[in-house]
Design a protein around this ligand. Structure first.
Ligand code: J2J
Length: 544
């Protein structure tokens, strides 16, 4: 596939020989699961319960429906669905067809969606129906009118009728269809979908993941997290994100024959009753949500005794909060340090508390290669802090169709530069100590500084801008934009409103805008973001 950088053949051969890559595909896997676990519950969405057989049949019908629309192998389809059962019917149908879902988040708005559609030349865009609190229909009609590749908008969850180019998912599901077999169905080495990078560049990067590599990471995760057909996973984070999708997440749970329970919202008053009702055994949250849950567990009287594992990841979970998980929730904490590009680290369920509380885990696979290096790519002494580089059987060798960026983001011998600063403990566990990439980690939501800067620069009253992280007790970090105005400074809200009106996702909009006359500079005359970060940290400590 043009734009996809495969593993060099000697490596691919090695990963196949080691049994990491087995040639399975997601479509075939679901068929096998339906054979094995047929009537057992795969998905719980509100009062709806779909068995493995139901999911398999819906995937067949939808694949046939998508094929009737003219979708086929390697066609990109932007999927923007919340935590609903339809998400799974849609993605498995696309997998079966060999079409490529692009995993947009519900929070994305027109700027992001337009970019994904244009960059992948997506043929279709799948949106939720009403009752989400946001007008996705409006967003979609704007996209269809302006992005010529997008032939179909498909709405999941309501029946608007096939009018104006908008198609109801239910209509596609209506026609019974025996096992769908694509004539040019995908193989294990093919790209299965695009994940999105948290990114540090002007535009988001797309991450092509293959059936082989992703299924390997799922199998490894299932084993490490002890999932089996009695496991019940509660999906509270947005299901399209790599963490709840694959670590081991919803797909790992299905692979193990367990049950996935979909939470529409992550707040304790929605999630705790689901844990109690469905006897949930494992779930995954980001650090700020873990804090909210710890707080709520003290007051809300729900029976959480079924919960065996609380996974926390996406951003650094401090040791003080980490130490409270077991005493407060009565379950094991598992720290997860992963990335949509590949590498995922877990603390193990039988690790001593000290490791679970103070480290971010170790890699899934013995063939995950880890290097900790200095600014010149030389390995640092054992235990010292440095840049984390990684290469392995489920870590990409390049972003989709981004040769220039790839030259910077990967070493010549194929290691991915994660942009994270880490140290390795003597037992091989990673501790995340900071970040070298120009990104703000807003409680697990990743904000690329350059992307936001580019949009702010489009404001006529702005001469220059630098976006940096400021410390925040709850989210870990929030976003501050330092702006040099052209003449009289506008109000900060004018900048944020401008970004919202342009169609930037809300989580990327700066929490604070500071006007300055000039930027501090480094010795070589570059804007010193370090000085700006220190300045806003000092100012917010002072309560200004
Ligand atoms: C510190 N930083 C962390 C952690 C991720 C599992 C879990 C998380 C993600 C994810 C994922 C961190 N402590 N425990 O895909 O499968 C920061 C790092 C990393 C970046 C990746 C998964 N866990 N991070 O968060 O692609 O900076 O994936 O490089 O969204 O999040 O972000 P993302």
């Amino acid at each position: 596939m043009p734009g996809f950088i495969p593993w060099p053949e000697p490596w691919a051969e090695r990963y196949r020989r080691a049994g990491h890559w087995r040639g399975d595909t997601f479509g075939g896997l679901l068929r096998a699961l339906a054979g094995r676990f047929g009537g057992r519950t795969a998905l719980v969405d509100g009062e709806r319960r779909w068995s493995y057989r139901d999911l398999d049949q819906k995937a067949d019908r939808l694949a046939a429906g998508f094929a009737r629309l003219g979708l086929g192998p390697r066609d990109a389809v932007v999927v923007q669905l919340p935590n609903t059962a339809e998400f799974f019917a849609v993605i498995f149908a696309l997998f079966r067809l060999g079409a490529l879902p692009v995993f947009a988040l519900p929070a994305h708005r027109s700027l992001e969606i337009r970019y994904f559609c244009e960059f992948t030349r997506a043929k279709a865009y799948v949106i939720p129906g009403a009752a989400t609190g946001f007008d996705y229909r409006g967003l979609a009609s704007g996209i269809r009118d302006t992005v010529s590749s997008v032939e179909h908008v498909i709405v999941a969850g309501e029946s608007p009728g096939a009018s104006g180019g908008v198609i109801a998912l239910d209509d596609l599901l209506d026609e019974p269809h025996d096992q769908f077999v694509s004539s040019a169905g995908p193989t294990g080495g093919d790209v299965a979908f695009f994940q999105l990078s948290g990114g540090s560049t002007g535009v988001p990067k797309l991450i092509p993941r293959t059936h082989d590599d992703y299924i390997l990471s799922l199998r490894g995760s299932v084993e490490i997290c002890g999932l089996d057909d009695t496991s019940v996973y509660l999906a509270v984070l947005p299901v399209a994100h790599n963490f709840p999708l694959s670590s081991p997440g919803t797909l790992g749970t299905l692979l193990a024959g367990g049950t996935v329970v979909l939470a529409p919202r992550p707040s304790p008053d929605e999630a705790f009753p689901l844990i109690e009702r469905e006897r949930v055994t494992i779930t995954a949250v980001v650090p700020p949500l873990a804090l909210v849950w710890l707080e709520a567990a003290a007051t809300l009287r729900h029976d959480l005794s079924s919960l065996r594992v609380l996974q926390v990841g996406g951003a650094k979970f401090g040791p003080e909060a980490a130490a409270r998980v077991k005493p407060t929730l009565g379950c094991q904490l598992q720290q997860v340090f992963g990335m949509a590009e590949g590498l995922v680290n877990y603390t193990r369920l039988d690790d001593p508390d000290d490791i679970v509380i103070h480290t971010q885990g170790r890699p899934i696979s013995p063939d995950d290669e880890i290097l900790v290096v200095d600014d010149d790519d030389r390995e640092v002494p054992a235990g010292a802090v440095g840049h984390l580089l990684t290469r392995g059987p489920y870590t990409i060798r390049g972003y989709y169709d981004s040769p220039e960026h790839n030259a910077r983001a990967f070493t010549p011998d194929g290691f991915y530069r994660t942009g994270d600063l880490v140290r390795l403990t003597p037992l091989g566990y990673l501790v995340v100590e900071g970040r070298a990439k120009d990104q703000i980690n807003r409680g697990g939501d990743k904000v690329a500084a350059e992307e936001v800067e580019n949009h702010i620069l489009a404001h006529p009253a702005v001469r220059d801008v630098a976006v940096v992280a400021m410390p925040d007790a709850f989210l870990g970090e929030r976003t501050c934009a330092f702006v040099i105005a052209r003449g009289a400074a506008p109000k900060g809200v004018e900048i944020t409103r401008f970004l919202r009106d342009r169609g930037l996702a809300a989580y990327k909009i700066p929490d604070r805008v500071e006007f300055v006359d000039a930027f501090p500079e480094t010795g070589v005359g570059k804007v010193s973001k370090k000085t700006l970060r220190a300045a806003i940290a000092a100012k917010s400590r002072g309560g200004a």
